[in-house]
Design a protein around this ligand. Structure first.
Ligand SMILES: [Zn+2]
Length: 338
């Protein structure tokens, strides 16, 4: 099914009925990508092959980030300074109706498991379950922006790390506050650098892991718990992703082009087991040449919400949790880059 221009209510209805029919036998695995977070105002932070890139869409290479020499130090100053300013934006994003519709599919027990390629943590924030249960149902295939991790495995919430950076870099804190006050964004130069009136990358203080230092291992580099270019997905994550396909009877793909190999191979793995696959996404996808993947090219928000209502029947208004999930979420498309 392919649509140009705004979809008609009839097209949404037909697609929602198809999704509801697909999910009704239960035990579906949902896999999501960047498309589901666009309504939350989050730009695609990823490069063309999907690995983590900076907000200027330049890929960040794991080797550069982890280089222990002076070049690596300069790279990390630039990286964390940019991240320091950019974090406020991700941190202030909220789940949108697509996140809540997928949470409703979990609540309805038709699609209990979810794999996401996103690193923004918004699926978890839309979940009606306890943190423990949410974690057991959700796999972040490419890690998360919400945790900072050192080489030796110490972890710190990103929010806490932001406060550490603020204390170490008062001039940057003042600059960040000024951007907040004026509603301005850092300007981007043609070479992709950020124009930072007054503050300099070379002055940015990047801390090492304090716990490692206390244990007699100074110089332990901290990084976000996301997968960068040149970094492989941890084995336990990879194995769990395959296991989630094994445990499921069908696969629903939402808001993803399957550009990353780690996601694409899961689709191939499901097809090898003759499990039906439906893709709900606008625009071309890596699976377009695979006839077994049924594609619905419509906006996910309207289609999923209507599919939930069809599956829920009278529960949509009687079940308080469900009724809340089906009416929650912000819609705030990303601002255009200058
Ligand atoms: Zn450490």
């Amino acid at each position: 099914m392919r649509v140009t221009g705004p979809p008609s209510p009839a097209q949404i209805q037909v697609a929602a009925e198809r999704i509801a029919t697909f999910l009704k036998p239960k035990n579906a695995l949902v896999m999501t990508g960047a498309g589901v977070s666009v309504d939350s105002g989050i730009q695609a932070y990823r490069g063309s092959d999907g690995r983590y890139a900076n907000p200027n869409f330049k890929p960040i290479f794991y080797q550069e980030l982890m280089d222990s020499g002076p070049k690596g130090h300069a790279f990390r100053q630039r990286y964390w300074a940019g991240g320091y300013l950019g974090w406020r934006h991700v941190f202030r994003s909220d789940p949108n109706p697509t996140h809540f519709a997928l949470a409703a599919l979990q609540h309805l027990d038709v699609a209990p498991r979810l794999i996401t390629q996103n690193v923004d943590g918004l699926h978890q924030r839309a979940s009606p379950f306890s943190k423990q249960e949410t974690d057991s149902r959700t796999l972040e295939l490419h890690g998360t922006l919400n945790t900072v991790r050192c080489l030796r495995g110490h972890k710190m919430p990103r929010e806490e790390f932001q406060d550490v950076l603020s204390k170490l870099n008062p001039a940057w804190k003042a600059y960040s506050d000024e951007l907040d006050r004026t509603g301005q964004k850092p300007r981007t130069n043609p070479d992709g650098d950020v124009d930072l009136g007054g503050v300099r990358f070379a002055d940015f203080v990047v801390p090492e892991c304090a716990e490692c230092a206390a244990e007699g291992h100074p110089g332990s580099i901290l990084k976000l718990e996301v997968i960068f270019f040149g970094e492989s997905i941890p084995n336990e994550v990879k194995e769990r992703s395959f296991r989630m396909v094994d445990e499921s009877d069908r696969l629903l793909l939402v808001g993803t082009t399957l550009a990353t190999f780690s996601a694409f191979r899961l689709v191939k793995y499901a097809l090898e087991q003759n499990k039906p696959v439906v893709l709900l996404n606008l625009g071309p996808a890596r699976t377009d040449s695979i006839p077994q993947v049924e594609k619905i090219e419509l906006p996910s928000r309207e289609v999923l919400l209507e599919a939930c209502r069809l599956l829920a029947g009278s529960r949509a208004s009687e079940d308080q949790t469900l009724s809340r999930l089906l009416t929650s979420g912000v819609v705030k498309p990303p601002e255009m880059e200058d």
